[in-house]
Design a protein around this ligand. Structure first.
Ligand SMILES: *Cc1c(COP(=O)(O)O)cnc(C)c1O
Length: 395
């Protein structure tokens, strides 16, 4: 038997998840840090000599921003990626010193905060780059900047056909260190990769600017997300940006599974109530589900207020004592009911909402199907009322 070390994300102590005597809410996420490390190393091996930037936006895809960031830093991640300034500041305030790229669009009044926290800025237009340069001059610091090229996503970034103006302007910035240049795929996880290769070709064309000038390109050229990592080795350049793959999931059903990764998260709860429901009695709001014979029904203290989508009513299943059972009636904000027919379950029994126990699993992919969405949204929807507990194999 492996030994496990457990700890609670201290950042969550402000949330109503832990009562004052230290008893943790029965509904929690268990995050396996050893598994995250294995996935990270598998990605590093797959794309070497390119480097891997773990993407930690949206609370590290639900796994917990600060804990995952510290773990990745301890594994030697050269760079961390987040979407928002506030996520970057949270990491700096938690003592994370690894370089952090903020990938989202920025507003002028945010620039001093970026610089004060040594966060790397995404410059997505000439105007924004010049704003950054001016702010850095004023503060007497050098801004670390990655230039963002839009090659077909139409989200942020200077269009590939206008990119020379941004690259040119960057050469003239005296208070910026342009250490990276990047672009983002819209379709690298698709079965057909024509449009992704069109984007890649546009990015390569933009990069040829440096060769034509006899200049070295910025040292960190990056483009690949999880789809690109799996399907387009030509897109790895100096670094890849690994999001969903790091957490052990594939970006789409059709993407080639060229790197083996495993899910690292289990969403657990406990039976909090047991009862027998007589025939022809309805369960939960709207009386949308009704018994036609006598059944045993247990109540679980989790609901859509935790991010367990209400849309999954009538479809979702959970695991109790190694067996899957249907959630019946409407999922409530804080509770839901499970029909165990005439099997046994007791107060305090463990319930798996997502993840596996033994060889029985509720997969993220099927949960996404029940909720009518994609795995990414299921993960990021699990909110901060659910405590994260970290476990690590003690080696
Ligand atoms: C979210 C994001 C990624 C990671 O995407 P995955 O599909 O989860 O790997 C990479 N780059 C940018 C710019 C992103 O916004």
């Amino acid at each position: 038997m492996d030994n496990w070390v457990k700890c609670v994300d201290m950042a969550l102590l402000n949330e109503p998840t832990i009562s004052s005597n230290g008893v943790i809410r029965p509904t929690y996420l268990e995050v396996d840090l050893s598994c995250l490390a294995e996935n990270y190393r598998a990605l590093c091996d797959a794309v070497a000599p390119a480097k891997v930037m773990p993407i930690l936006k949206a609370n590290a895809y639900g796994h917990g921003l600060v804990a995952v960031a510290r773990h990745m830093a301890s594994l030697g991640a050269p760079y961390l990626g987040v979407a928002y300034l506030e996520e970057g500041i949270m990491l700096r305030e938690a003592g994370v010193t690894t370089p952090i790229l903020v990938m989202g669009g920025i507003l002028g009044n945010q620039t001093p905060l970026f610089l004060a926290h040594d966060l790397t800025l995404t410059a997505s237009s000439v105007e924004k780059l010049q704003q950054i340069d001016a702010a850095a001059r004023q503060m007497g610091v050098r801004a670390k900047v990655h230039l963002k090229i839009d090659t077909g996503m139409e989200r942020i970034g200077v269009h590939y056909y206008n990119a020379a103006s941004l690259l040119e302007a960057a050469l003239a910035c005296e208070h910026c260190e342009v250490e990276g240049i990047y672009s983002h795929f819209a379709n690298a996880d698709a079965a057909r990769l024509e449009s992704a290769y069109t984007q890649l070709g546009r990015f390569e064309e933009v990069l040829s600017f440096y060769e034509k000038r006899g200049l070295p390109p910025p040292p960190l050229r990056h483009m690949a997300n999880s789809g690109g990592i799996l399907q387009m080795p030509e897109s790895w350049f100096d670094m890849v940006r690994a999001g969903i793959l790091l957490y052990g999931h594939y970006p789409s059903a059709s993407a080639a599974r060229t790197v083996a990764v495993r899910p690292c998260l289990t969403w657990k709860s406990r039976v909090v109530y047991f009862k027998v429901v007589q025939p022809n009695h309805a369960v939960s709001y709207g009386s949308a589900w009704q018994t036609d014979h006598m059944v045993r029904v247990v109540t679980i203290p989790a609901g859509y207020g935790d991010g367990y989508f209400r849309r999954m009513s009538g479809r979702a299943q959970v695991i109790i004592r190694g067996k899957r059972y249907p959630v019946v009636g409407r999922i409530c904000m804080d509770q839901m009911m499970v029909n165990i027919e005439w099997d046994s379950a007791y107060n305090g029994d463990e319930v798996i909402l997502l993840g596996s126990v033994g060889d029985t699993a509720v997969t993220l992919e099927e949960m996404a199907e029940w909720a009518g969405t994609i795995p990414y949204e299921v993960l990021t929807n699990i909110n901060t009322r659910v405590p994260r507990i970290y476990v690590m194999r003690d080696t």
